[in-house]
Design a protein around this ligand. Sequence first.
Ligand code: FES
Length: 108
Amino acid sequence: MAWTRLCSREELPPVGKARLCEIAGKEGAVVKIALLRTESGLFALDDHCPHRSGPMSEGLVDAEGGTIACPWHQWNFDLATGACKNIPGQKIRAFQVVEKEGFAGIDL
Ligand code: FES
């Protein structure tokens, strides 16, 4: 896996918010990642909700609960693990965010 930049420190979302990051994937594909920030740190999830591909970067972050709700039908996901809290067995891909050299990134 290779560490891949999502955005610079200046482009990080405000605490309690998410933003969309688009990065290059395999064979020219664009990979969409929702980057989220809480007082506990930075989290990254696949931007596509496993239900019907709702944009997780437009979801509602619950910083205290450590979750994000999909904006379309409110499936609720754990920020750290990606486990769905209200639909057992469902999960979204979660990435560990690493900050270095003034950028936030993930292993892709
Ligand atoms: S698309 Fe996310 S809950 Fe339906």
